[in-house]
Design a protein around this ligand. Structure first.
Ligand code: NAD
Length: 257
């Protein structure tokens, strides 16, 4: 991969406004590979996103920010229309935005359950609906969903708590990605999942289980966000031209034991 791997392409990464997150690392790696990048996140992350854009522009990379709540169909329509007004259509969509809120399943409120499903599963569904028409007309594109090993492995629960909604959302995301991949395989649109293990980000820090997760990871450490971003770059690039409906696990061996 080099600075022209994604040259001339436009990539939007959801949930990429928070510095230190996986989304921000993906934006940096895709921009360094030559893509025009769109940082999409909730309005309260505008300042952080704009400072990322500024930092990227110092390296000569092209980056912009769009306010986007992934669970809002109107937001997706507005963002796609704003980009089209500037002559931009997406070649790469990375569905990265995600949330978690551990809770005992019997105590989890319906609102909380629906909030997690809305961001982690409905968000990618709406994103795919928004970008597929233009990707099909233009002969292709690459959609990458950030799943999790939690799609297939139950992470060690804190006593009394579980991540049931999170696990369910990531498992659902895997089948959403596969289904759309098969439906659009002949349109040149590839859809894949990157499934991280434990990555050192604000989300993991909030969970307070970093040390335990590190101990349970055969490689004995957490992933750096850039290690997830590199897997995304591969799937976004033409090097992955025959790869669709697949999951690339990036977990230091966590899910194998
Ligand atoms: N950190 C890990 O160990 C880990 C492991 C496996 C998978 N993941 C997945 O990686 C992705 C990124 O996680 P992270 O660790 O960087 O988390 P993070 O909390 O650092 O970042 C999540 C981002 O999503 C954004 N977001 C939340 N709700 C949104 C909405 N409605 N619309 C748009 N953006 C929204 C947040 O503002 C934030 O920028 C998530 O999908 C997460 O499930 C993380």
């Amino acid at each position: 991969m080099n600075s022209s791997t994604l040259s001339g392409r436009t990539a939007l990464v959801t949930g990429s406004g928070s510095s230190g997150g996986i989304g921000a690392a993906i934006v940096q790696v895709l921009a360094a590979a030559g893509a025009r990048v769109v940082i999409a996140d909730l309005p309260h992350l505008k300042a952080s996103a704009l400072s990322q854009c500024e930092a990227l522009s110092r390296y000569g990379y092209e980056a912009r920010f769009c306010e986007l709540d992934v669970g809002s169909q109107q937001d997706w329509e507005r963002v796609i229309a704003e980009l089209a007004q500037d002559g931009l259509e997406l070649d790469v969509l990375v569905c990265n935005a995600g949330i978690n809120s551990p809770s005992a399943p019997e105590n989890q409120s319906l609102d909380d359950w629906e909030r997690i499903l809305r961001v982690n599963l409905t968000g990618p569904f709406l994103g795919m609906q928004a970008v597929l028409p233009s990707m099909r007309v233009r002969g292709g594109g690459s959609i990458i969903c950030i799943g999790s090993v939690s799609a297939s492995v139950v992470t060690p629960p804190t006593p009394g708590l579980s991540n049931a909604a999170y696990h369910a959302s990531k498992a659902g995301l895997g089948m959403l990605a596969k289904t759309v991949a098969i439906n659009h395989a002949r349109d040149g649109v590839r859809v894949n999942v990157v499934a991280p293990g434990s990555v050192l980000t604000p989300m993991l820090a909030r969970g307070g289980k970093g040390a335990e997760l590190m101990a349970n990871t055969p490689m004995g450490r957490l992933a750096d966000p850039a290690e997830i971003a590199n897997a995304v770059l591969f799937l976004a690039s033409d090097a992955a031209s025959f790869i669709t409906a697949s999951t690339l696990t990036v977990d230091g061996g966590y899910s194998a034991v």
